[in-house]
Design a protein around this ligand. Structure first.
Ligand SMILES: [Zn+2]
Length: 324
């Protein structure tokens, strides 16, 4: 059975539009079945298929949801675009967790790039821009962001030099001009990851750095949860990277690996919690109900999580420099 024959056996709403894709890394068309994914986070309808390329082994969604339709899966409930919530006494905990995420991103990049008031920083897939604003407050640098999501009205959003649309189609980003470009959980959502990396290379300064964090397929959490691994996040995730394919794609796009990290700024605990939840209760997570057990579990797992950077739990990050 080929890719499409296998896929047609899955049930999907008739109005969903799918398109077959070639491998994002080697462009070949032959693949083998890997797993079925569902929209576990919000519980939306649909059965999605992930394959591995028969030639190079890259794991990706095939067929994928059409570009016009995928926007419907990024609704206001999507966690990265989430606005203020009211959970009573737990609200400050939630807010601290969100600010901590931005702090951790800044801490990570500061090890590799020294930022100052002349630095230009671009965040690809910037959502509401809280990371950029945090970096600006700390280093007074120039901040730019790209996101395909419109209407990102949020306090201080007007301080960001914002470009709406697909990153690799942007015409107004100056070449050789950014000191730091970040892609926090962007590349695995991208419909053309190779073009995104090539675009980043073009606009990066010769001595600039590109920092890319994605979920790691060859991680402990994937081994535990398999098709319920939160890193599947179907249908938004178009591609799933293990360490080798992540590096191979970056190198093919013209980068040299400066550092590889078996962790990121994103808390791996979220994957352990969400994966357990999806295994136990199936898809559709009610954030209002899970917020208390979430923080309770985090407290209980604290001794284990102290070693999270060494345990290859869920994430990986590449610090990249231009090859030429
Ligand atoms: Zn391939």
């Amino acid at each position: 059975m080929n890719t499409m024959e296998r896929f047609e056996k899955l049930e999907n709403p008739s109005h969903y539009k799918f398109e077959k894709v070639a491998c994002y890394l080697c462009d070949k068309e032959d693949d083998e079945f890997l797993l079925h994914g569902e929209e576990d986070l919000t519980g939306k309808e649909g059965n999605f298929q992930y394959v591995t390329c028969s030639s190079c082994g890259l794991a990706y969604q095939n067929p994928r949801v059409s570009m016009e339709q995928i926007k419907d899966f990024y609704d206001s409930e999507y966690i990265a675009h989430r606005k203020k919530k009211d959970w009573g006494v737990l609200t400050p905990l939630y807010e601290r967790a969100m600010t901590k995420h931005d702090r951790d991103k800044e801490k990570l990049v500061s090890k590799y790039v020294s930022l100052n008031k002349d630095s230009k920083v671009l965040d690809v897939g910037c959502a509401v821009g809280s990371f950029l604003l945090y970096v600006k407050d700390k280093h007074a640098c120039h901040i730019s962001g790209v996101d395909f999501k419109e209407d990102l009205a949020f306090p201080r959003f007007n301080e960001i030099d914002f470009h709406c649309g697909l990153f690799y189609e942007q015409k107004n980003l100056e070449e050789n001009s950014y000191d730091l470009i970040t892609m926090w959980h962007y590349l695995e959502h991208c419909y053309d990851p190779m073009s995104s990396l090539e675009k980043a290379k073009k606009i990066l300064k010769p001595k600039g750095r590109l920092v890319v964090e994605v979920p790691r397929l060859d991680s402990l959490s994937y081994k535990i949860f398999k098709d319920k691994w939160p890193g599947v996040q179907a249908p938004q995730h178009t591609v799933m990277f293990d360490k080798d394919h992540f590096i191979a794609m970056a190198e093919k796009a013209g980068f040299k690996v400066s550092t590889y990290l078996p962790y990121g700024a994103f808390p791996p605990y979220f994957y352990l919690f969400a994966g357990s939840y999806f295994k136990l209760f199936g898809k559709g997570m009610d954030l209002d109900k899970i917020v208390a057990p979430y923080f309770m579990g985090q407290l209980l797992m604290k001794p284990f999580l102290l070693f999270e950077k060494k345990l290859n739990l869920a994430m990986q990050t590449l610090i990249l420099e231009r090859k030429d």
